[in-house]
Design a protein around this ligand. Sequence first.
Ligand SMILES: N[C@@H](CCC(=O)N[C@@H](CS)C(=O)NCC(=O)O)C(=O)O
Length: 221
Amino acid sequence: MKLLWSPKSPFVRKVMIVVHELGLVEEVELVRAVAVPRGDPNPAIMAENPLGKIPTLLVPGLPPIFDSAVICDWLSLATPSGEHILPRTGIERLTQLRWQALGDGLIENMLLWRIACQAAAGGDPQVVMSHRAKIRAAMALLETEAGHLAETSVGLGQIAIICALGQLDFRFADSEWRQTHPKLAAYEGAMSERPSVAATAVLNDLAADDGPHMDLTFRKD
Ligand SMILES: N[C@@H](CCC(=O)N[C@@H](CS)C(=O)NCC(=O)O)C(=O)O
């Protein structure tokens, strides 16, 4: 299998954590692909995925697989012991899919905020306000669910949330979210020691891509 990949994409990281958890590292060839949300899309990605996004997984005999949720679902189904990543039925499945939606949605808000800031200096204040409010609300919900996250066997949902928190640290290094979300911070600290999570830490390998500063603080108002 080949994965159109970048070391700093949170959605790629989600797939990579699943790859590690399922013991598939040796089966997946990583192909560096630079996804560009503005301007001409990368033709190498477009040749496989008309949405121009990574991750995209190429498996011989199958059409290109996207997006990250579908890739993770497929990997867990295709691996005999994969059910723990995404349970097949019941409330366990709903729990993981809901947390995945929360983690992915958080990441989407951060990415869209960044795109808005790149388009206009500082971004449209209304758009920035909307993203900031949604990120703060999602983080508040995660703080209330930190105990449930910790008690539940690690699956796709917690993996998506860890990727969202990693993105928060990567793009909003001065947000100080740990101070206002202590239960979530403790959970994140424990999860960060998991080998699959430690092995996939986000890496900015293209310094020119540092981008705009975005102000997200979690001070108690
Ligand atoms: N819903 C998609 C989102 C993937 C995504 O937005 N990837 C970013 C990189 S982190 C990308 O490829 N952006 C390029 C673009 O939006 O054109 C998934 O879960 O895979």
